[in-house]
Design a binder for this molecule. Structure first.
Ligand SMILES: [Zn+2]
Length: 197
């Protein structure tokens, strides 16, 4: 027999066999009895509690209240398997969840070769701080570097820096390192170098 859920918006609790809630949701129609992606199948009907609300806003506020009341496992403050605080926007994913989301969204460059570099591993920490998609790369020369994926794909960065150094040597443009102030003049008139040393 099909269970009849409340009309309009409601919150629902999915209960463990011992009657304690393990998931809190907000929905309408048959949502409470349906499989949730990443959460799993709904429990048997007798372990689903619903409470109806006059508006979606009220149901969201109640959802948020229940989640904060029972606490989240992923944040370490409770036993709910919810991945967000609920309510409007469903915000506050845990750090692990944020990482999973960003991994789902980004292009997998692992193993791909860009010039002398091979992308090895997504660098989550650096990506967070730079707000770019950064990959740890190894270079043909044995060097290691972390590069923004857009620079890899556009060809702007093709080595750990060794390529530039080699090209500079090839063009015979290497100069003693006297700081940029000197280097500029030196490259135009080598005589200056002799005068300043
Ligand atoms: Zn290199």
């Amino acid at each position: 027999m099909t269970r009849i859920y409340p009309r309009g918006f409601y919150t629902y609790l999915w209960l463990r066999e011992d009657g304690t809630p393990y998931y809190v949701g907000k929905g309408r129609g048959g949502r409470a009895g349906k499989r949730h992606r990443r959460i799993g199948n709904a429990p048997p009907q007798e372990r689903i509690l619903t409470q109806s609300f006059p508006s979606e806003k009220d149901a969201l506020a109640a959802e948020q209240f229940f989640i904060s009341f029972y606490g989240r496992k992923d944040l370490g403050n409770g036993r709910l398997i919810n991945f967000s605080d609920g309510g409007e926007g469903g915000a506050n994913p845990s750090p692990a969840e944020r990482k999973r989301r960003s991994e789902r969204l980004r292009e997998n460059l692992a193993g791909k070769v860009f010039g002398r570099l091979q992308a090895r591993e997504f660098n989550y920490e650096k990506s967070l701080t730079t707000k770019q998609t950064c990959w740890d790369c190894i270079c043909l020369c044995g060097g290691k570097t972390t590069v923004d994926s857009s620079h890899l794909k556009s060809g702007r960065t093709r080595s750990c820096g060794c390529l530039k150094r080699e090209m500079a040597i090839a063009r015979n443009k290497t100069l003693p390192n006297l700081g940029k102030h000197y280097r500029k003049r030196v490259s135009i008139r080598p005589r200056v170098l002799i005068e300043t040393t």
